[in-house]
Design a protein around this ligand. Structure first.
Ligand code: ATR
Length: 287
């Protein structure tokens, strides 16, 4: 990498931020396209998020990504929030506009949609109900993407039903029926399903296993895990053995970076096999 007097800057704010794969992702694209740019980790304490965001235009940054714990708090700090991020209640991308104001976006919906399109091109929203495990921030992005795709029915399965109800209320859309299932009903919820998405932390390295019986789901159902450490979760191994098409969590992570990169560095980028391999090496041995 060569830093010049004109290097464009972007980065990721988080606390902690050292675990983030975004620097590996964005700097791969910077190198690949020979861009005079750099993408740096920005460790920012929650109580200093407003100051840090306000400093972006002053320091010449084009913008940044946000990771835990900043994704919600930033909504009330930036000057404009795109409607989608507002509806989801979280933003992961900040764009510094030409006039120095800050715009907040959520690119997780884009990431999920593009990854699904790439990895399961045959999937259609009419394939059957979508079953979403979890009701956290990731689930909200996934549900928003399924609504955007015009899935007719979404079954939300969560340990804490009140959280699932809040999600369904916040994202309610006329063309999609959302139903809530208890955690104990998760196996039965798979009946007739066209797609299953695990958005919980279960199955992630260091977390408890996801106990799920896939026997009631049609073998045609696509099975998606947004966990990417490990890349091959027990859910995906089991689903593949049963003949399901499976999609791991790395692709969503890679695709969600594209809109920010294009806005900051002015170049459209793709998710290639080489990019996957480069980011995969940063996952090895990590949790
Ligand atoms: P994120 O923003 O990444 O989605 P989150 O908001 O912490 O993370 O959500 C984690 C999800 O995993 C939640 O749906 C959570 O269920 P609750 O809403 O009941 O907390 C789910 N989850 C975490 N641990 C779980 C467990 N042991 N059993 C069932 N669900 C679990």
């Amino acid at each position: 990498m060569r830093i010049t007097g004109r290097t464009r800057l972007a980065g990721i704010m988080g606390w902690p931020v050292a675990h983030s794969r975004s620097p590996a992702l964005h700097n791969f694209w910077i190198e690949e396209h020979g861009i005079d740019g750099a993408y740096v980790p920005l460790p920012v304490r929650p109580e200093q998020l407003a100051e840090a965001l306000r400093a972006l235009p002053l320091l010449g940054f084009r913008g940044c990504n946000l990771t835990l714990p900043h994704k919600q708090m930033a909504l009330s700090i930036v000057d404009r929030v795109e409607p989608l991020a507002h509806r989801i209640g979280a933003m992961n991308t900040v764009i510094v506009m030409p006039d120095g104001t800050l715009e907040g976006r959520n690119t997780d919906v884009f990431g999920f949609r593009e990854n699904l399109r790439e990895r399961a091109p045959d999937w259609t929203p009419t394939a059957g109900p979508a079953v979403v495990l979890g009701a956290g921030g990731a689930a909200r992005a996934v549900v928003a993407a399924l609504i955007e795709a015009r899935v007719e029915e979404i079954r939300i399965v969560n340990r804490t039903p009140a959280r699932a109800e809040r999600l369904a209320d916040d994202l309610a859309a006329p063309a999609t029926r959302m139903t809530i299932r208890t955690w104990g009903e998760r196996d039965a919820a798979l009946r007739d399903a066209g797609i299953l998405i695990n958005t919980t932390s279960l199955g992630m390295a260091g977390e408890p296993a996801l106990k799920l019986d896939l026997s009631q789901s049609p073998p045609t159902a696509v099975v998606v895990d947004i966990v990417y450490v490990p890349l091959e979760t027990a859910l995906l191994v089991n689903a593949r053995q049963r003949g399901h098409r499976v999609i791991d969590g790395l692709g969503m992570l890679l695709h969600q970076g594209r809109p920010g990169f294009e806005a900051w560095f002015g170049r459209p980028v793709q998710v290639t096999r080489e990019l996957r391999a480069a980011v995969l090496t940063t996952l090895t041995g990590s949790r």
